[in-house]
Design a protein around this ligand. Structure first.
Ligand code: AHM
Ligand code: MG
Length: 335
């Protein structure tokens, strides 16, 4: 992937490992970190592609014909990313959705970066072959040899970079290092990600809304009004289409490319929504803003949230600039 933390321009001819920094102070640490994340994504992509064959080689949690224990894909993905990140020698603290406590990297492998990640988001979709993905965000520690939880309990606007890899009909890696958003598609014959979606910009308006409407009974008034307006617009415009995959990476990928709004709002049963702040809400909000859209919690800009626990949740509305303006107005009117 041809990107670096120093906000270089991304060129189609740049592939993973071919980065020449323009910045003399740069030591290539970020490039090494990123190439290890990309390696993890390639590994998980390969495992996901074989998931449908699991019955032939042994079901997850069972023993296969070689007598090897089969790991569940989400467990395997977590192990892959933890190993890839620790062995990069560029991280000091990791937070994974799969692990209750933060992971402090052994001193011999210390580097200055902190990575928060969901190794395999949407894993309930694995068995029916629907797109799933990895989500990550990167922070910098104040002191790599004395990293604490405070280094990671920071607002999303302190992230240096964020991205996701979608394991779908193709394997797509989308990243921002704070200078726009770029998308790369894995060419399986080369084993390299190729820049296929340079400088992604989310359309300012959208014709799609995306939400789990099964929760509508418990929604608050602004969410209910927004969705009502999508279906029965009062201004003579056409109703919007509903698209909901139930896999955040795929729903956000579509929203980035086609516009509209993806939301996982608060409801009476889940006042903080479902999605996790550090490794779901923040990275996707960062990408959406970098693509010219917005991300809102119902109270504030999503990237200004300060999590108090590594697995905190928050409601979130993400998407086209004008759509988020609309939901903000509805919340303001309800105050
Ligand atoms: P997971 O981290 O347990 O996979 O859950 C997160 C997923 C997101 O990918 C998706 O947006 C959401 O859960 C869907 O939830 P629901 O099934 O309640 O609509
Ligand atoms: Mg998740």
């Amino acid at each position: 992937v041809g990107v670096s933390s120093e906000k270089e321009e991304v060129r189609p001819s740049q592939f993973c490992g071919s980065i020449l920094s323009k910045h003399s102070e740069s030591r290539g640490d970020f490039t090494i970190l990123l190439s290890n994340i990309v390696l993890g994504c390639k590994f998980v992509c390969s495992a996901v592609n074989k998931a449908g064959l699991a019955k032939l080689i042994g079901l997850a949690g069972e023993t296969n014909v070689q007598g090897e224990e089969q790991k569940k894909l989400d467990v395997l993905s977590n192990e892959v990313f933890v190993k890839a990140l620790v062995s990069s020698g560029r991280t000091c603290l990791l937070v994974s959705e799969e692990v209750e406590e933060a992971i402090f990297v052994p001193p011999s492998k210390h580097g200055k970066y902190i990575v928060v990640f969901d190794p395999l988001d949407g894993s309930s979709n694995i068995d029916c072959g629907v797109s799933i993905g990895t989500i990550f965000g990167i922070y910098m520690a104040k002191d790599k040899d004395n990293a604490t939880l405070d280094d990671v309990l920071q607002p999303g606007n302190k992230m240096l970079a964020a991205g996701y890899c979608m394991y779908g009909s193709s394997c797509t890696f989308v990243i921002s290092t704070g200078n726009g958003v770029n998308g790369f598609t894995l060419d399986p014959s080369l084993g390299e990600f190729i820049l296929t979606h340079p400088n992604i910009k989310v359309p300012s308006k959208g014709k799609i809304y995306s939400v789990n409407e099964g929760n509508a009974k418990n929604w608050d008034e602004p969410t209910t009004k927004y969705v009502e307006n999508c279906k029965f617009p009062q201004d003579g415009s056409s109703p919007k289409s509903l698209r909901y995959i139930g896999s955040m990476v795929a729903d956000i990928h579509r929203t980035l490319l086609y516009g509209g709004m993806f939301m996982y709002p608060a409801d009476l049963k889940s006042p903080n929504g479902k999605l996790r702040v550090l490794y779901e809400v923040f990275p996707m909000s960062y990408l959406m803003e970098q693509a010219g859209g917005q991300a809102f919690t119902g109270k504030e800009r999503a990237l200004d949230l300060v999590p108090s626990h590594i697995h905190d949740r928050s409601p979130v509305f993400l998407g086209s600039y004008d759509e988020i303006e609309h939901i903000k107005e509805l919340y303001a009117a309800c105050k």
